[in-house]
Design a protein around this ligand. Structure first.
Ligand SMILES: Nc1ncnc2c1ncn2[C@@H]1O[C@H](COP(=O)(O)OP(=O)(O)OP(=O)(O)O)[C@@H](O)[C@H]1O
Length: 357
């Protein structure tokens, strides 16, 4: 069942000049889905979320909740709960008063309100904290109060705008697991905004990757990681090398390219890629799909190590191949490998794919 639909939605701001902050965006979100808008600063994700919330109206396009057109409906008539980056809690009120706020506005009776506030605090593991003051809580606890305040009204849609960005790294990881648990239990359709790709991958059912107001790709985390549609997505999700290689032959779903060290590889390509023999294709290969070998090995791509970084699980290297930096992540590296060493690279042919520019 489709719960939220954005249909050719664009937003231009009066002071925004010629460029649209959000440019012709099409998204459909299923009931109960945890959907993330991901992209670098300024790509339009917050503006998109605000249009779903009703804080901004689109310049063109439609927004639907189920079959209802809500494009021009004010925020308080949309049945959405919102969680902000800065929590936006009332510091002079108690935890319970903060959580009860939306119920008071909706004129829910006292007894029922008290019951639901307790229930919501239980959901976020803050049962018994109702009488505390907001400034007596840690950042992570405050964010959970904000979540309880959004959930207590049992919104049709939960909207979360970078809710973890004020927390330290460890708390972020713990809280993202919590948010996902709570969302699953409540079954609330959720739209989550973040610029953190690891967070998006860990939490989401599906992700829309945005750049310059446009959606570059929508898909499950695995899909976006293993089959990024564009060079931007390939580089933004995880890390990737995007090589420019000559097209030897092309079919509807595959393209055969020549490899720098000789030989050819046939790689999957996005439908409608439009590449032909004689063109150059952009071919993505992840650092973990490049093997390290000796510079003299036949068929290996010769290069010179320029950077070595040990991360514990893997060693990240940058290898200069004919002036192009190639990123390599290797589990086993020769002891004492250092910048300046000559090495050979083996690209995993099974793990290369063609991306759009
Ligand atoms: N009220 C506004 N008036 C004019 N321009 C705006 C307004 N709000 C946002 N913009 C512009 O629209 C573009 C998208 O902004 P938006 O806040 O949606 O990006 P974002 O992806 O959420 O970025 P961030 O992660 O930094 O919040 C930016 O270029 C921004 O400068």
């Amino acid at each position: 069942m489709i719960d939220v639909t954005l249909e050719s939605v664009s937003k231009r701001f009066a002071r925004g000049g010629d460029t649209a902050a959000v440019d012709d965006v099409d998204i459909t979100i299923a009931a109960g889905e945890f959907f993330t808008l991901l992209g670098p600063s300024g790509c339009g994700k917050t503006t998109t979320l605000r249009m779903v919330a009703g804080f901004y109206f689109p310049t063109s396009g439609r927004i639907r909740f189920g079959t209802e057109d809500v494009t021009r409906r004010p925020p308080n008539k949309r049945d959405t709960g919102m969680v902000f980056q800065n929590y936006a809690l009332f510091p002079h009120m108690s935890v319970a008063q903060n959580v009860a706020y939306g119920l008071k506005i909706r004129k829910v009776g006292r007894v029922e309100a008290r019951r639901r506030v307790e229930e919501a605090l239980g959901q976020v593991h803050l049962a018994g904290y109702g009488d505390r003051r907001i400034d007596e809580l840690s950042g992570g606890q405050q964010q959970r109060v904000a979540l309880a305040r959004a959930l207590v009204i049992r919104p049709r849609t939960l909207l979360l705008d970078e809710p973890l960005s004020n927390l330290d790294a460890k708390l972020r990881e713990e809280t993202r697991v919590e948010i996902r648990r709570i969302q699953r239990e409540a079954g609330t359709t959720s739209i989550y905004v973040t610029h953190d790709q690891a967070e998006a991958m860990a939490m989401s059912d599906r992700i829309a990757v945005m750049q310059s107001g446009r959606v570059q790709q929508i898909g499950a985390p695995q899909e976006i990681y293993h089959r990024p549609a564009t060079s931007f997505v390939a580089r933004f999700i995880g890390r990737s090398n995007v090589l420019t290689l000559p097209v030897v032959a092309a079919a509807a779903q595959t393209v055969t390219v020549g490899l720098p060290a000789g030989g050819e590889v046939t790689a999957p390509a996005p439908t409608g890629h439009g590449l032909r023999q004689g063109d150059t294709a952009l071919v993505s290969v992840r650092p973990e799909h490049i093997g390290l070998t000796s510079a003299t090995e036949v068929g290996a791509l010769p290069g010179r190590v320029t950077e070595v970084e040990f991360t514990g699980m893997a060693t990240n290297l940058v290898v200069d191949v004919a002036g192009e930096p190639v990123q390599v992540a290797a589990i086993d590296v020769p002891a004492g490998i250092a910048a300046g060493d000559q090495v050979g690279l083996r690209l995993n042919r099974e793990r290369m794919w063609v991306v759009r520019p």
